[in-house]
Design a protein. Structure first.
Length: 396
């Protein structure tokens, strides 16, 4: 494992106060369309038809806002970083709005950006001897970057897509910014190889998850801030899942509406209820009956008017996310309306133990909501068996 740093190990002087240090050279690429399909239940935006469909359903682009959260983390070092970026929404607009020194090194050919723009921009930046290429997107964007850059190029992803299976992303946009902050400040940060993973969106929409490795990228490996590759496959311990399902079902009240999140653990509860489940979507049930399937954010909001409502969710194995990965239909407005006290988290103890003490992560895109969700939360791990587990904020 190598070390990535802008100064020697004995040099503890901050970049802001060292006039002799060369400026940090940062490449910035934003896929402005990443994640657009999430809130409207499309499970991805790799294809132009998906983007057009998302727009027709009222989806709003989020990638630039998530990139903004990252860049704000190293605004105090603005004088010590030169950013090399792409025109308009792919980086230029954000740099300009935040007041960073920047240079547009790649000009998109039209108002509609596409994967080729990412590939071409990354190819160009890979030849520029930059200290780091920071990019915002999902697994499709990571694949584009992987296709374009050379082996000795160091990159880091800002999570902004619907599908984040790859290990090249920071756990949150804020965490991505903190890593860049550390690098600009001259702190020692290790570098390692991380897998680029992606799944077939067509099969994804049919409830089939088949992740495939497409290569690897060199990333800063500050483990507090970089996510693990998502653990695939269904839970194998059926007896434990039966206990969890029985506990949740026993607690269900006929007058309450239940929003059932994505993931195999929640899917098992639906199977026990003999209700058709959208494995990678969000369903709504009441009195043990399905009342809405694969709902979008806009479809969910009217249903929340009929309280009481509870939300049943699980975490992503290996990563610990409870919000912000594969369930963007659960928007900040939806989560606030439901309330933290009405969130039911379910997981096996084995899945919690696999986190090795790392907290659960709420990456809703709303910083104040993430703060509100932080703290300990009850997790149902068996029949009438719950544990308290932390939801992190300050730690990440």
């Amino acid at each position: 494992m190598t070390q990535l740093t802008k100064n020697s190990a004995n040099d503890k002087t901050n970049a802001q106060t060292n006039p002799l240090r060369k400026k940090f050279r940062l490449g910035l690429i934003i896929n402005p369309l990443a994640g657009m399909g999430g809130t409207v239940g499309l499970k991805g935006s790799d294809e132009l038809t998906s983007i057009q469909q998302a727009e027709s359903l009222g989806a709003i682009a989020q990638a630039n806002q998530r990139a903004k959260v990252a860049l704000e983390q190293f605004l105090p070092f603005a004088a010590d970083v030169d950013i090399f970026t792409v025109s308009d929404q792919m980086g230029e607009n954000l740099c300009q709005s935040l007041g960073f020194s920047y240079q547009v090194v790649y000009q998109t050919s039209s108002n509609t950006t596409n994967a080729q723009d990412t590939i071409d921009a990354a190819t160009l930046m890979s030849d520029m001897a930059l200290d780091l290429i920071l990019f915002a997107g999902g697994d499709g964007t990571a694949r584009n970057i992987c296709e374009a850059v050379t082996d000795n190029t160091t990159v880091l992803g800002i999570p902004a897509g619907c599908k984040i299976h790859s290990g090249v992303y920071a756990i949150t946009p804020k965490a991505a910014g903190r890593i860049v902050h550390m690098l600009i400040a001259g702190e020692l940060v290790s570098v390692q190889e991380a897998d680029v993973m992606d799944i077939d969106e067509a099969q994804f929409r049919q409830g089939v998850v088949r992740a495939k490795r497409f290569g690897e990228l060199q990333i800063p490996s500050e483990l507090r801030y970089v996510q693990a590759v998502k653990m695939g496959g269904k839970e194998s311990d059926e007896l434990v899942l039966q206990d969890i399902a029985a506990s949740v079902i026993d607690e269900m009240e006929s007058e309450e509406t239940y929003i059932m999140g994505s993931g195999s653990t929640v899917a098992f509860i639906m199977e026990e209820l003999d209700i058709k489940n959208t494995l990678l979507g969000v369903d709504v049930i009441k009195d043990h009956q399905l009342i809405a399937t694969d709902v979008t954010t806009n479809q969910l909001l009217p249903l929340l008017e009929h309280k009481p409502v509870k939300l049943v969710i699980t975490l992503i194995g290996g990563q610990g996310h409870i919000f912000g990965r594969g369930n963007q239909q659960l928007s900040p407005e939806v989560i606030r309306t439901i309330g933290k006290e009405n969130i039911v988290v379910v997981a096996t103890k084995r899945k919690l133990q696999a986190l090795a003490g790392r907290p659960l992560i709420a990456d809703t895109g709303d910083i104040e909501l993430d703060k509100m969700l932080a703290g300990h939360i009850k997790v149902t791990t068996g029949y009438k068996d719950q544990v308290f587990y932390p939801v992190g904020y300050e730690e990440i």
